[in-house]
Design a protein around this ligand. Structure first.
Ligand code: IPM
Ligand code: MG
Length: 367
């Protein structure tokens, strides 16, 4: 098994370093190879997703990704901005299914901005379509007004678009995930206004006939945004398009206490995946040993589960994270009175130490 490690920008390298330490102490057989991506790659090689990085990611069984982006690249033409690296990887590798579980760890019930009783025991899964929608729709661009008179009359446009097979495959993924969990799927759309999402709703409804054991509900995205903070535990699995999924998953992150806790897996049709924290590069805190590495460590656990078939090793990491939180250690983003504040590295140390403690030991299976 080969893992391509793409730390990227900002806090990316710091959090990925901790996830790698955790993986390395598990005694599993895998190889890692690192490459530049995002702003770091643009600086060194003139492109956010250099051919060598794409080739490595394509050849690897899994990709462990940090984060990309920095405000200092805002003036670059879009094709050279760091974000194009992650969008390019998703598209080129066909990573259409994005899993963003939002789990409120018992120890963090009070770190959420919502009342504890609303989030206690929360365990929902957002499945975001990741390679279509307005993110990738053509045509897109800018043009001058016909008279060309005022610079201020320029217009810009992006096209929202989904093809039937794109909706069908993500719907299948979502129904199958729901079938393994609480058997309830909420499909989020904006069918009351957008033709693309009326189509989405129709196709999801058709796919539902193959999964009669799953209860399907449809919800408009504005209502879903509201329900997520009103009664988040009423959800089980949510499936939605690229744009709405981007927004709702950030919202869901706050239910868990911090976006620093939210891992993600982006999968292709064969189980190959890219694993990244849901948070960004946070340039304001980069290099300061402040960032929470748990989202990346938990993403590494998702990698073990989804791509490397090492379920028990994944569970070991997750229980080590639980035990570290239970011992009161907190990075700044999840700190509240009573806990012990630690930095990125010390949080990684604590997870490594928890893995070494007897009781968290589990036999891992070779693939
Ligand atoms: C995410 C991020 C990305 C997205 C950015 C960095 C392009 O916000 O993974 O949620 O919009 O998909
Ligand atoms: Mg986002």
């Amino acid at each position: 098994m080969k893992i391509a490690v793409l730390p990227g920008d900002g806090v990316g390298p710091e959090v990925v370093a901790q996830a790698l330490r955790v993986l390395q102490c598990l005694d599993l057989k895998f190889e890692t190879e690192m490459a530049l991506v995002g702003g770091a790659a643009y600086e060194a090689q003139g492109h956010p997703l250099p051919p060598a990085t794409l080739a490595l990611a394509t050849a690897a069984d899994a990709v462990l990704f940090g984060a990309v982006g920095d405000w200092k690249y805002d003036k670059l033409e879009r094709a050279l901005r760091p974000e194009q690296a992650i969008l390019g990887l998703r598209k080129q590798l066909g990573l259409f299914a994005n899993f963003r579980p939002a789990i409120c760890y018992e120890q963090l019930t009070h770190a959420s901005s919502l009342k504890p009783e609303l989030v206690a025991g929360l365990d929902i899964l957002i499945i975001r379509e990741l390679t279509g929608d307005i993110y990738f729709g053509q045509p897109r661009g800018r043009r001058k007004a016909p008279d060309g008179a005022f610079a201020g009359a320029d217009e810009a446009f992006d096209t929202m678009r989904y093809a039937r097979p794109e909706i069908e495959r993500i719907a299948h993924v979502a129904f199958q995930a729901a079938r393994k969990r609480g058997k309830k799927l909420t499909s989020v759309d904006k069918a009351n206004v957008l033709e693309t999402f009326q189509f989405w709703k129709d196709v999801v409804t058709q796919v539902h006939t193959e999964y009669p054991e799953v209860q399907l509900e449809h919800m408009y995205v504005d209502n879903a945004a509201m329900q997520l903070v009103r009664a988040p535990k009423a959800f089980d699995v949510i499936v939605t398009g690229n744009m709405f999924g981007d927004i709702l998953s950030d919202e869901a992150a706050m239910l868990t206490g911090s976006i620093g806790m939210l891992p993600s897996a982006s999968l292709d049709a064969n189980g190959k995946g890219l694993y990244e924290p849901s948070h960004g590069s946070a340039p304001d805190i980069a290099g300061k040993d402040i960032a929470n590495p748990l989202a990346t460590i938990l993403s590494a656990a998702m990698m073990l589960r989804f791509t490397l078939n090492q379920t028990s090793a994944a569970e070991r990491i997750e229980s080590a994270v639980r035990s570290v939180l239970g011992s009161g250690l907190r990075t700044a983003d999840i700190w509240s009175a009573g806990g012990t504040q630690v930095g990125t590295r010390a949080m990684g140390d604590a997870v490594v130490a928890a893995l070494a403690r007897p009781g968290t030991k589990t036999i891992t299976t070779e693939r």
